[in-house]
Design a protein around this ligand. Structure first.
Ligand code: 5GP
Length: 204
């Protein structure tokens, strides 16, 4: 029986290791895909259009907002980021889990809609000092952007209570394992198993 997929929201401060965790998770699961967002931020070295993001001008992005093509969007550190709605329903209906790796304002917009199938996970870091170390080590941000991202991180941590689960990223393989556990448990919720139960009753 083809079960609908889950819409998995994954948020956490910039530098919390979300990206690495997601890539590892995707390499270990063929039932899960990552939604590719649109953004007005400039590509970092090595980032490709249509692979990491759909890179847009502000004008192009505002057209996407006006035409209702985004499931959610938010402004983060002076740039727009948003989730194209169209591919998501197709994947869910096909039984695939879809990961939205998005910041907290956009995540809360999706949660406020109270769709079934949504599972939200907040990735946290051991401390803000560790977060600062990781952001510097990554070497992709200017000093201003690091300061700004740390400020936003404090705010994001204060919104963690909105999420279903909190996963500590102390070590990537452990964090990935914790997310596998969440996906397994969520797939056994009554609402997702109801059809199986009904089939057992009806075939008795
Ligand atoms: P970055 O510039 O580091 O790639 O992303 C900055 C922040 O934007 C991260 O927290 C990332 O998860 C978030 N983000 C990426 N795509 C989206 C999106 O489609 N919607 C929202 N709301 N946030 C996003």
């Amino acid at each position: 029986m083809n079960k609908r997929g889950m819409l998995i929201i994954l948020s956490g401060p910039s530098g919390s290791g979300k990206g690495t965790i997601v890539q590892q998770l995707l390499s270990e699961r063929d039932d899960t895909v990552l939604s590719i967002s649109a953004t007005t931020r400039s590509p970092r070295t090595g980032e490709q259009d249509g692979v990491h993001y759909y890179f847009k001008t502000r004008e192009e992005f505002e057209k996407l907002i006006e035409s209702g093509e985004l499931l959610e969007y938010a402004e983060y550190n002076g740039n727009y980021y948003g989730t194209p709605a169209e591919p998501i329903e197709r994947y869910l209906a096909d039984g695939k889990n879809v990961i939205l790796e998005i910041e907290v304002q956009g995540a809360e917009k999706v949660m406020d809609r109270q769709q079934p199938d949504v599972v939200s996970i907040f990735i946290t870091i051991p401390s803000l000092t560790e977060l600062e170390r990781r952001l510097r080590q990554r070497g992709t941000e200017t000093e201003d952007s690091i300061e700004q991202r740390l400020k936003i991180a404090r705010h994001e941590l204060s919104r963690a209570f909105r999420y279903d689960y909190v996963v500590l990223n102390d070590e990537v393989p452990l964090a990935v394992e914790r997310i596998h556990t969440i996906i397994s448990a969520e797939s056994m919720r009554y609402s997702r198993m109801e059809n199986y139960i009904l089939e057992v009753i009806n075939n008795a």
